[in-house]
Structures are given as structure tokens and as C-alpha cells.
Ligand binder design. Sequence first.
Ligand code: EPZ
Length: 427
Amino acid sequence: MEKIIINGSNPLYGSVEISGAKNAAVAVIPAAVMCSVGKCVIDNIPNIEDVNKLIRILNTLGARVTKVNNTLIIDSSSVKSHVANSDDVHNMRASYYLIGALLARFKKAVVDLPGGCSIGDRPIDQHIKGLEKLGANIKIEHGSVIAEADKLIGNNIFFDVVSVGATINVMFAACFAEGVTVLENVAKEPHVVDVANFLNLMGANIKGAGTDVIKITGVKKLKGCSYSIIPDQIEASTYMMAVAACKGDVLVKNIIPKHLESVSAKLIEMGVTIYEYDDSIRVKNNKRLREVNIKTAPYPGFPTDVQQIIGVLMSISKGTSVISESIFENRFKYFDELKKMGVNVKIEGRAAIINGVERLTGCKLKATDLRAGAAMIIAGLVAEGETEITSIEHIDRGYPDIESKLRKLGANIYRECEDIKEFKNII
Ligand code: EPZ
């Protein structure tokens, strides 16, 4: 069993390269399954476990996938299966995109229900509503979503809830639906726009991604293309928060600053110095920060995926800060772990009231989900003494090379593999 060991309170200096966006990559890769002619060459793919799972899933479907550094070459012309039911499918969230992709291509799909971070109920009723509006028959049996359609016909769909997953999944199926589909009350996240751009490059006809209304005109088939994934605004936010918490001066490189506007604004409100450039942001801080309040919201609001991470920053800032988590109903579990370090927080429904303390002390922590794991790393970086984090497979799902990127900035952090430690004891 691997774990991450941190000895805290070093300031961070230097520069960090942000990788491709996890939530874009895990949508673009399933989209490539819809391509029946030619190959897709996708660059800036992050080196994370969710990508490795999708590569294995596409291989079981019959696609030929080659990985060269951060580039994937996907040939889906040989895909014959519409069934995705391996362990990888229910050990991640984004496998649900295969429902829309396989239904679009084969007019049928059998995909195990998704897994992913335990941060709330996470139903898929909006995915099902949208696909049924396009003419699909959907049932859930034996833990799988079973979808089929004689044909897919364009329709007008108004989502009851703003959902990244449902927006993208229904967009996939609409690409091959006859006529025009209009999606309203849609998600506008950068990764929604990224996957729409990728589909259009393959020959789809999608207009309005990133706005409140997406219009899709069905086409017959999609052809291979070359594409590069956008940078990961959540990974970038994580490193910005790390510098703010640990103090220091770091250039966060290879990003799109516009995607981070709500995060930069909150850091400035807390007293952090931010310089924005074309494709990088410099983050400086040398003092204890002010309290701040946040309310998570769909893009361009404050991202729920950064809520757990700013929660650590608030816990060592002055005064009392309040988090209102409006997206997921159970995304405060990480505080149960952080309280062991001295965090002073009171949870009241969807609100967390955090009274800042002067110092945290290192201890043994267990990552409960992807972003909680990242938050625990930052807590370990600022705490006095040693912090040990287990269940780090959650972190590896979404953060490429996180220890080496932080070590290059001056952090005292390394990964220990229990087996090797046992082996060391033997020899
Ligand atoms: C995506 O999850 C992301 N995951 C999440 O990132 C992110 O937190 C979330 O969007 C919100 O931005 C991927 O992209 C793989 P939603 P998703 O559908 O699609 C409710 C991370 O840390 N809802 O936008 O599952 C749902 O319960 C992960 O990278 C329904 O009610 O999120 C939630 O309250 C964690 N019915 C809200 O909508 C549905 O059919 C937003 O969920 C779908 C969603």
C-alpha cells in the first residue's frame, strides 16, 4: 500500500507546469469511440489513473489505443462491442460518457453504473431524461444502464439541474440524432467547451457550447482528427492554493487564466498577490491571510472541486470563513480528517463555518476522495511535523506527479511504498 509522507512548513518557490485537464480528457477519450473513420491523435493528455482506466476500457471495446508520452492515438474503426462492464467502468465517474458515445454509434449501449468520488448521491436521472428525449429506451438492470434506440431523433431538452455529465452525455447522442437538438440549462465548464470543440473537429455540428443553449445538428459519421486538451484549471487552482497556504512565490505555467477567474478573485480577496499573464499566473504570499466566504456554483462560479482545497486555506487564515456547498450534498467529509490536525470547523447542513487557527499539526490521514486528498496534502505542507496520507489512489486519479511537482517547489514530500519498506526491513 502506498502512502505520501510530508514534513511541513516550507515556503514554495519556482514554477510548476500544469497538465492537461482531467475532466476534459475523460470526456474527449470516450468521444473518440464515436469516430468510425481514421484515427484521433489527442495531445496534452494528463498522466493520471482515470485516463489509464479509459484506455483499458477502450481496448476491451475493440479500439486500438497507443500512448506516446502525453499523446494518445485512438483508432476506433475496429470497435464492435457496445458493452462496457469491466471493473474500471465502476471504479470511475466518467465511464458514464460511454453510454452516450456507444448509443450514438451503435444505437445500443450496456454500461455499468459509474463509481467516482463519494461526495453525494450523484444520480444520473438527467442523463437518462435527455437520452430518452432523443428516442432511447433506457433501463437499469443488474447494475448496468441498458440503452437502445431504433433511431435517435433531435429534440428540445431543458435540464432540471445544471449537470456537466448530463450535458456532455446527451451532446454525444445528439451528434448522430436526425435533425436538430437544443439543450438548455446546460453546464458551461471549460471541459464542456473542450469536448464540443473536439467533436466539431471530427465533423460534428455543435454550436453554443459554453453558453446557456447548445444547438446540435445531427451528422452521419465522425472522422479522425488531431486535438490538444485544455490545461487543468482545478490542478492549477490546487497549486495556487498551496502557495497561498505555504507562502512563497510561484509561477503557475501552461494555463488559461480566464478559466481561473473565480479562484483568483477569492485569493486576492484573502490578501494573496496575483499577477496574470497570457498562459501563466504568478502567485505570491508572505503573510497570514484574511477570512473569506465562498458559495460553490456551476462555472463561471467558484468551482466545487476547489471547495475542499480552499477549506484548508481558510482553516489557517484569520477570522471566521464560511463555505456554502451548493452542488454536492456531502462534500465536507474531509473535515473529519482535518480536525485531527487542529482545524476548527462546524458543519451546518450545506455550510461549513471555519474559525481560523494559527497552526496545524501533522498526523496520519486517510484520503476520502480525489480533491479531499489534495486538500490533505496542502494541510500537511503547512502543518508542523510529519503528515502521512494513505488511500492515495484517490489522488492518483486526478493529479499527475503531484509529489515531484511539489518537491521541485521546495516541499518536503515523498511517496513511500509499504512493500518496499517491508522489503528494506528484510534485506
Ligand atoms: C463532474 O461530475 C466532474 N467530474 C466533477 O469533478 C465535478 O465536481 C462536477 O462535474 C461539477 O462540476 C467529471 O467531470 C468526471 P454534475 P458530474 O452532473 O458530472 C446533480 C473532480 O473532483 N445531478 O455536474 O458527476 C448532482 O448530484 C470531480 O474532478 C443530478 O441530480 O457532476 C450534483 O448535485 C468530482 N442528476 C449536480 O447535479 C444528474 O443526472 C452537479 O453534478 C446529474 C447530476
